[in-house]
Design a protein around this ligand. Sequence first.
Ligand code: FE2
Length: 322
Amino acid sequence: MAEILGLGVSHGPIILTPPEIWHEGRERIYNRVPNYEKPAQLLEELGQDNGLSQDKADHKRIVESFKIMHDRLHAWNPDVVMIIGDDQAENFLQDNLPPFCLYTGSEVDGYPFQRSARTNLWDAAPDTKFTFSCPKEFSKDMRNHLIRDGFDMASSSALKGWDWGLAHAIINPLVFLDPEGKFPILPLFVNCYGEEAGPDYPPRPTPARCYQLGQGIRRFLDTRSERVAVVASSSWSHSFLAHKFQCREIDTETDRKYLEWVRTGQGSKLAEVEPEDLQQSGDHEILNWIIALGVLGDRPAEIIDVRDSNTQLAFRVAAIWD
Ligand SMILES: [Fe+2]
């Protein structure tokens, strides 16, 4: 039987930056929406200081939650950290657009501060590089097991596309969780954005298929003795993806329902969410969590934090299953 620790984290670029500049990203997003009218809750959060007080409070909670998850991960001391994140036209471009892709190389790099030349919390140079070893034989065994078990998993041992290493969904949380590269890292890429990722992209995989993939990974892990931490990397509803609200606000009502399922060990219900409903609520990236939930099975999560302010542009959940 596998020993599995689960972590659920967010990866938005703002987690690496000081709250004093969060308004810049927010304004970039507002400018994408023609004739943007701010919803009432957002206006309230923006207050009299363009959201700075709210941003400072949210930033404090995000950093505190990552510290808790870092400490729990290191205390548990996994043999492998599998991190499930969406590629947003970074490592995967028009020449190759798999719904899922398992990384089977022996090492990966990431440059988390390069993507934007903005200030980061550590005042690190844009070309600061993070390097991780990867469990090459273990990931090949996982891929082979999945294929022989009926799940046609793609793999890559040489990432390309994005000039600056790992996609931000993979590298950004690692800056908090394992900045020194102590643990072997196994990335699984997911095309959560589907056709919205860019020209020629195929539809995103369905919630049901993502859950099945998680169950297939679990069957593999149950044949092994390694202690594996599975990290679901993403926020949930994004304001700029929530089509039911004209891509203007996060769908907190839907995400609070999903949160109750996750909190009470009913994560398998997410496998039954209709793809159209996922699209409407802007929950594209929760597919990463659904794969992790398929691995973990229906066990209750410890919810470390929930950030549901509209100023965040996304519903952020930090969770641990141990
Ligand atoms: Fe993302």
